[in-house]
Design a binder for this molecule. Structure first.
Ligand SMILES: [Zn+2]
Length: 260
């Protein structure tokens, strides 16, 4: 199906982490226990995720709100030091569809400036908080020169969006492939059931030379034994022949393959 998979691999796994920490809860003015759930990332969740990725020698992509980078710069430095990509995820995890035109412009400006200052380079990837766009969001992504977006749900393969001669690669996502949905907001299935369901997705992708984007949150997958789900996913992805690129590598490969 995909002509961008390098020799020796059978499918693409875009393995991603959203480093929200307590940004969304603070913006909503929530009480201390909710804030503490977010801060689980800062105290231990991220550490466990980074250790799991190191065991397998994987370099992945972390989507980080600008405010999180400013408030917890040591987390961002550690992610970068281990070779992962830092991409953008709002300033304070805003719902862009609820902002005015000018409010959204300001969020993009603050987000890019904060990440550039803390990380030392401009982010090339963007993911909308809550996977919600306003009707202005795609223009803001293009105007801020992002290489790729990872928020839309209209395909199960990466593709290129062209707006006024500018190109943005879309690395599509799916609510069903987000740990938060099952383990935090609905708490509707066990981690074992989640693992079983997602392993089916990996298997299918390996059979059709496809693409799977998985989204994890360290405050969710890093809690207790759930970290084993991440480890099992990676083990099985390896066994099934996954290519696990960072967002920038994948987006560049998509652009290259379109030129052929
Ligand atoms: Zn998020």
């Amino acid at each position: 199906m995909l002509d961008l998979i390098p020799e020796g691999y059978r499918f693409v796994l875009f393995l991603t982490f959203d480093l929200d920490v307590d940004s969304a809860e603070r913006l909503r003015g929530e009480e201390p226990i909710s804030l503490s759930r977010g801060r689980f990332t800062e105290r231990i969740g991220l550490k466990k995720v980074l250790e799991a990725l190191d065991i397998f020698g994987l370099k992945t992509t972390f989507f980080v709100p600008g405010w999180v980078a400013e408030k917890y710069p040591y987390l961002v430095s550690e992610i970068k030091r281990r070779g992962h990509e830092i991409a953008a995820h709002g300033y304070m995890h805003e719902r862009l569809d609820r902002l005015s035109y000018y409010e959204e412009l300001s969020v993009f400006k603050k987000m890019v400036a904060a990440l550039e200052r803390v990380v030392g380079e401009r982010p090339r990837g963007f993911r909308a908080p809550y996977w919600r766009f306003s009707f202005n969001t795609i223009d803001n992504i293009v105007n801020n020169n992002f290489l790729y977006d990872s928020s839309l749900m209209d395909d199960e393969r990466p593709y290129v969006i062209e707006i006024e001669n500018k190109k943005v690669v879309e690395l599509p996502v799916d609510w069903r492939l987000d740990d938060w949905v099952y383990l935090e907001s609905n708490r509707c299935i066990t981690p074992e059931d989640l693992l079983k369901m997602w392993l089916e997705e990996l298997k299918y992708a390996s059979e059709v030379s496809g693409y799977v984007a998985l989204t994890f949150h360290p405050q969710c997958i890093g809690r207790g034994a759930r970290i084993r789900v991440l480890e099992r996913i990676i083990e099985n992805a390896r066994r099934l022949g996954a290519w696990v690129p960072r967002g920038q590598e994948l987006a560049n490969k998509v652009l290259e393959s379109k030129k052929k």
